[in-house]
Write a new protein. Structure first.
Length: 367
């Protein structure tokens, strides 16, 4: 636990601020920096108290003006770092830089319109035993600059034969605290780089796809913040140029489907690229029945919340059966997500699912 307290009363503020980054939302804080010299440390006498166990009592000093921001290490025990490089003299900071006091991490921000698009300035890394495991934003920058994602692939199977018809790309890393997609994208959202990370995951997923079954379909995910902007189609066009023959399905999150006309136009754009469309996590929020009827995606992936223990839930089974019947009548292939038990698979087949995905058929793995 590392809390941050501004000890000095704010009479003036500069355009500069620090955003504390952590895996725990309860630890988040944004500190507006007053002009002048500001000490940071564990001591309550510091201007900004950072209560991390690895932080020194008087750890570092910020020199803040309207036009510039410098950091100076105050002979701290565990070091002050900027973009993973140890501070040995005054260092000029800029928006998007990552300031680390031992194991506590801050994102430097400039309170102006230009701050809406953060650009990383990470130029390299150093190994810092035991401290860097808490640096989630710094770890994210390593992912983006070094492309150190290991795509894993989870089979989508024919429920009757249990043979794969395709694979969904799921991102993994070996970096501490960023091993799983939820952790990676949580860090990316703090830094405003979730779209960049999503594009990279798709790109690497295509590059390293080596299926055993010829003609396998590759299911690619989108991030809700990508929406249905031209940039998303542009990224799919780049993948199509790279792999002209690959069978691709793009999974669209319901948060992106805010306008029916946009969904229709996006569907048309995908067809021109010979990319199929799937509605992901169907039933998790709004069911999007209007979009289902008027856009008719190629696939609908039913959310795990509808499938889990469906053999024990009579009312839910009837609801899902009705939705599957509707989708099948529209020529849409239905995929049951999150199948872990044979009994769940059996019921899914009985109510009309042809395809399924889940641990019963295999966990995500590198191909």
């Amino acid at each position: 636990m590392s809390t941050v307290i501004l000890s000095r009363a704010l009479t003036k503020t500069s355009p500069w601020r620090l955003k504390k980054c952590s895996r725990d939302p309860a630890e988040h804080a944004v500190i507006e920096l007053p002009p002048g010299r500001i000490t940071l440390g564990r001591s309550s006498e510091s201007d900004i108290q950072v209560a991390g166990l690895s932080v020194s009592k008087q750890h570092a000093q910020l020199i803040v003006t309207e036009d510039s921001l410098f950091v100076r290490d105050l002979s701290s025990t565990n070091g002050t770092f900027v973009n993973r490089k140890r501070v040995t003299q005054d260092v000029l900071l800029g928006p998007g830089d990552i300031l680390q006091l031992a194991d506590t991490e801050f994102l430097v921000q400039l309170n102006s319109p230009t701050q809406l698009q953060i650009e990383s300035k990470v130029a390299g890394t150093v190994e810092v035993d035991g401290i860097e495991s808490s640096w989630v934003i710094s770890g994210l920058q390593r992912i983006l600059t070094e492309r150190c994602i290991d795509p894993h692939y989870q089979a989508v199977v024919d429920l009757a034969t249990r043979m794969p018809i395709g694979y969904e790309v799921l991102a993994r890393t070996t970096l501490p605290n960023l091993e799983m997609p939820l952790e990676m994208f949580y860090a990316a959202e703090q830094a405003g780089q979730e779209v960049e990370l999503s594009v990279m995951c798709r790109d690497l997923g295509v590059d390293r796809f080596l299926p055993n079954e010829p003609g396998s379909i590759l299911f690619l995910n989108t991030h809700p913040h990508e929406r249905l902007r031209p940039e998303l189609l542009d990224s799919m066009h780049a993948l199509r140029l790279k792999e002209p023959e690959l069978r691709i399905v793009l999974e669209l999150h319901e948060a992106a489907m805010t306008n029916l006309s946009d969904v229709k136009n996006f569907r048309t754009g995908l067809k021109a690229l010979e990319v199929q469309l799937a509605f992901d996590d169907f039933g998790a929020g709004q069911s999007r029945l209007k979009e289902l009827a008027e856009v008719a995606p190629d696939y609908v992936k039913f959310d795990i919340g509808l499938i889990r223990d469906i053999h024990k839930a009579t009312a839910r089974r009837k609801l899902v059966e009705g939705l599957v019947s509707l989708a099948n009548s529209l020529g849409i292939a239905c995929i049951a997500e999150g199948i872990e038990q044979t009994s769940e698979s059996k019921v899914c087949q009985e109510i009309g699912f042809r395809l399924g995905q889940g641990y019963l058929f295999g966990r995500p793995a590198m191909l």
